[in-house]
Write a protein that binds this ligand. Structure first.
Ligand code: SF4
Length: 547
């Protein structure tokens, strides 16, 4: 539609209220829809159906706003700043690499735990580089958490992660027991060494600030080095999802061009099909060219992640059935119970689904415990991919390791595209961006591991994502436990279902392409009310009463 066609006109209705109608779409105006005349050029059936819907809405709400207006008014979250690299990236080819994407770190959240720890660690590094005379004046470090980080940070251990980063600890190597000790003894005071100066820091220096405001990203935080009331160094940061971070003035690191540039699944598949190679091989070639790594180096990293995923499942399964997860929900661990029943011969016909669910629960419960997990793509969804990785490997099908490596590469391609065009952040897009993307990646993993052609890989990934669209994020009490832990099991099972359907249909008859579903994910994220974006202000977080 041209700009002129799309132009809005403003007029007054009989009540004198001004309203807008879209010249390009006569059905866009609620006033026209409530009238009895079918507007010129509009199909009568469509008109009547939409009139009925809008008339009902007007009767119920007494409000004649368009659906779009209602959505905009009800959603308090401001749009993401166009300055953010995560927004700008959409324009070029995908340049993400596996080591940026699959990150090891403490649970329970990539955006609220791993991201903040990376941020304060980054600030600590910057502070160490200040001139000695400046450092000599330093008296305090201060972290302010805003938006979703403030709304749900307590249940995500954000303040403990932020303090650990200030103390020079990194997500991949931090001892989860250290984070537990911060929870159990919150009054501990530590010393941060900056040059010759030692500054006292404690959890009191991490401040839960405004939950609402005009932030560049819903996960915004600032870190300051102070000399009394004077600011020696200050930086505003954004935890943009999946453990990725940016800051004010961020410029992405320079990277080499990919061997096979793609920014859509259509282009990714075209490279695979035209070169008669798999999607996994396209991804491998790009990893090597973008990061300048050898094939062995790429596979060595992927093997490390596969082993770490298997370890989270095994560690989760080893926990007692009586184990109670941290936090006010007092949720009991259930992975071991579900696994035991799945392996009981009396329930043999349920074994596949039971074992897969148990694996996902196990890894997700590890995340809830704050133990080390892998972002695939996030902490909240950290049970989905490990369930399939372990199930296809040593925990079940025992496929050759190379099949699982290939699956991990294809899954990464799916995750990259979701990050590129939509989001991996629940604070930006709800749970569809976490469990939905994880399930989609896992479906691509299974299809690839079973040597499916590229179209089937796409169809499986599409199907798994499609059936998570619209899923909201409403963690009870702000803890990544309810609905998150069971949701990982459902995400894993849906991934398998998506593969089962995709590998049994005639691939070319699949009517929805992956790129269209990613667009729907992005649009749904934009339209979703902010109450359902990791704020714990609605949904289960409101209806579940803890006693
Ligand atoms: S509801 Fe989903 S998106 Fe929200 S914290 Fe839980 S797993 Fe993450």
């Amino acid at each position: 539609m041209s700009e002129t066609e799309n132009k809005k006109v403003y007029e007054s209705d009989s009540s004198g209220r001004s309203h807008e109608s879209n010249v390009g779409d006569p059905l866009d105006s609620t006033i026209e829809l409530i009238s009895r005349e079918v507007p010129q050029g509009v199909d009568r059936r469509t008109f009547l159906m939409r009139s009925a819907v809008v008339t009902s809405a007007v009767m119920i709400t007494g409000n004649s706003m368009s659906a779009q207006e209602m959505t905009q008014r009800s959603s308090a979250a401001p749009p993401l700043s166009p300055d953010l690299d995560v927004v700008k990236q959409e324009k070029g080819p995908v340049l993400t690499t596996v080591d940026e994407f699959y990150k090891v770190g403490p649970g329970p959240s990539s955006s609220h735990t791993i991201g903040p720890m990376r941020i304060t660690y980054d600030f600590y590094q910057r502070a160490t580089k200040l001139p000695a005379d400046k450092l000599e004046k330093a008296t305090a470090l201060r972290v302010n958490l805003f938006g979703s980080l403030s709304a749900t940070g307590k249940g995500h251990g954000t303040e403990r992660a932020a303090l650990a980063g200030l103390l020079g600890k990194e997500p991949a190597t931090v001892d989860p027991l250290f984070l537990d000790s911060l929870r159990d003894k919150p009054d501990q005071v530590f010393q941060v060494k900056l040059g010759s100066k030692s500054i006292d820091v404690s959890l009191k220096d991490i401040i839960y600030d405004a939950t609402k405001g005009d932030f560049k990203h819903p996960n915004t935080m600032t870190v300051k080095l102070l000399a009394g009331n004077d600011v020696l160094l200050e930086q505003e940061y954004y935890s943009v999802g999946g453990g990725f971070i940016e800051w004010k003035g961020y410029t992405p690191p320079k990277k080499n061009p990919p061997k096979y540039p793609f920014s859509t699944m259509k282009e990714l598949r075209a490279h695979a099909d035209n070169n008669k190679i798999t999607i996994a091989k396209v991804m491998l070639a790009n990893e090597m060219s973008i990061a300048g790594r050898s094939e062995e180096e790429v596979y060595a990293f992927i093997d490390k992640i596969i082993n770490a995923m298997a370890a989270t499942v095994k560690s989760g399964l080893s926990m007692s059935e009586d184990d109670v997860l941290p936090g006010p929900i007092k949720l009991h661990s259930k992975a071991a119970t579900v696994y035991k029943r799945a392996m009981d011969d009396s329930y043999q016909s349920d074994r596949g689904i039971g074992v897969l669910s148990a694996y996902a629960l196990a890894a997700s419960e590890e995340n809830a415990r704050g133990h080390l997990v892998i972002t695939a793509p996030t902490g909240g969804s950290a049970g989905v991919m490990p369930a399939l990785v372990y199930g296809l490997g040593e925990g079940g099908r025992k496929l050759p390791p190379q099949k699982i490596r290939d699956g991990m590469l294809a899954a990464a391609g799916v995750g990259y595209l979701c990050k590129h065009h939509a989001t991996l952040s629940a604070a930006e897009g709800g749970c569809q961006a976490e469990i939905g993307v994880a399930s989609s990646m896992a479906a691509a993993l299974v299809a690839t591991a079973y040597d499916a052609e590229s179209r089937v890989v796409e169809n499986a990934a599409e199907s798994a994502l499609e059936h998570h669209l619209g899923m909201t994020c409403d963690p009870v009490a702000g803890y990544v436990q309810v609905p998150c832990i069971e949701r990982c099991a459902f995400g894993a099972v849906k991934a398998w279902t998506a593969y089962a359907i995709a590998s049994n249909e005639i691939a070319s008859r699949h009517r929805v392409d992956f790129d269209a579903t990613v667009q729907a994910l992005a649009q749904t994220a934009k339209d979703m009310n902010s109450k359902y974006k990791e704020t714990s202000e609605a949904g289960l977080a409101l209806s579940v009463v803890l006693c």
